[in-house]
Design a binder for this molecule. Sequence first.
Ligand SMILES: O[C@H]1[C@H](O)[C@@H](O)[C@H](O)[C@@H](O)[C@H]1O
Length: 618
Amino acid sequence: MPVFQDDDDDDDVQSSPVYEKKNGLGGQVEVETRATNMSDTELRHNNRHHHHHRGGNKDSSDFSTAHSLSGQGSSAGGERSGSEGSDGALDKDRIEIKPVNDEDDTSVMITFNQGVSPFIITLTFVASISGFLFGYDTGYISSALISIGTDLDGRVLTYGNKEIVTAATSLGALISSTMAGTAADMYGRKPCIMFSNIMFLVGAILQVSAHKFWQMAAGRLIMGFGVGIGSLISPLFISEIAPKMIRGRLTVINSLWLTGGQLIAYGLGAAFNHVNNGWRILVGLSLVPTVLQFCFFLFLPDTPRYYVLKGDYEMAKVVLRKSYRDAPEEIIDQKVQELADLNHSIPGRNQAERYWNSVKELHTVPSNFRALIIACGLQAIQQFTGWNSLMYFSGTIFETVGFKNSSAVSIIVSGTNFIFTLVAFFAIDKIGRRCILLIGLPGMAMALTVCAIAFHFIGIKFDGKDATVAHGGYSSWGIVIIVFIILYAAFYALGIGTVPWQQSELFPTNVRGIGTSYATATNWAGSLVIASTFLTMLQNITPSGTFAFFAALSAVSFVFCYFCYPELSGLELEEVQTILKDGFNIKASKALAKKRKMQAATVQHDMKYEPTQEIIEE
Ligand SMILES: O[C@H]1[C@H](O)[C@@H](O)[C@H](O)[C@@H](O)[C@H]1O
């Protein structure tokens, strides 16, 4: 079995089941990429085949389609292929299909040149409406808080009231996200999203008709239940229907809808700022996408994985057939078989036992626990570096530093967030998650530090109800604050705003639901803490102190990511597990990601012409 030293910097595209790497401490770390646990699900069928050697050479001989991009097929198929001489007994026309160990994967499907079907695009589009609602409903509150005036209880809202109305949604989201993963396994992803639509509906109606502060807060809380469910299920749904090779990007599409929703909320907020009861229109408009998503889902199916989970193999096949229109029936059958085999790999006689075993596995298996640290760590960093306090209160801040049309400035901030999420969409696989994180965090720390200094010179004071500035009107420090808040937004969206939502790739199948639930709950807990304390912080430790605090946290977060976040772009899911097996193995992950990218480029190029392919080691 071939072995290569990976501590060199060569760019070859060798693929091997065993890698020897030096870890950061100089010790030897053996990273084995065999999909050993899946060998029992090995499937075979007769078909025409092609055999790709590394470097993209092809010949026609015995073949295993194990793993097109990673060469993991080398575990079972590769060993056979590797002993070609002794394998002469193998039937020339036999294709051996071995799944990777991820049931979301299209490892059988990858034997086709599969485009993204209109059906997959439709499902992604409809599921992402949850992302839009997440963004819109967390976005409109900033301008609503300004235009609400004395419409509730006939008085001006205190900062405390504003914090409650804002934080209620995060609280609702926190509560529902802790249960959403399990509910999705029990009742299905689609019913969960439809249930979230009902929460959005009830919450919005309560708010639109509110004349009392507490009714408004209750409406925001119930809307939050919907946001929490949507924020977890939508990326999960997309990852389960997406073809493996574009799964990462499709997940970022959900983030694009999210930040786009925030942008639209700010735009409409500016438009309705001076309209009587304009905030009610803002809230009321959120009913449109909710109702649309609910109606669309009446006609759309759940994910194949869910149907297999429930034993409804026929429905799973129906969805797969629509998703991969060119796939022959036998491939569809085998994909369903793969999913069924993987489904049994979760131990337990019933749902409760399986749930408990997942919880145990999450905490006791070292690679899972490291994945948990990274996933929760990134979500916590995303929130505790202060972005959402700006999303929620930027209107108030900009008004205070002298900008009358504060909503317009807020549009620029959320527009920057959207545009740089788009930049992240292109960069996340190309230059890698780790790299954009390590660019973004120091950039944020720098921008926040400048804001802290500017706030000091502008002489701003919050007394819990009103904000006063020593130098009223436009000032050069006010402009510095706006410019650097925009820069902060750009660095944020490029890295930490987007990367944490790739969380599902960190976990293996059996703990993915529960792992992503923990991480999503961490996100909402952080959002809740920040939203409910930001204005109090401004008051007690001054705006300068608050921004300096966020700057310090960004700097510390950089250190965390530098030492704990491996490069995962282009890696197969089980490779992520092996990378995390005995440490965070940053160096090894970077080398492996580099090689995988080159292999993927070769395979993608060839896929245009070949129905099947594989990279194997010689
Ligand atoms: O990824 C998103 C995005 O960055 C949003 O702008 C932010 O409001 C959310 O909290 C975050 O989860």
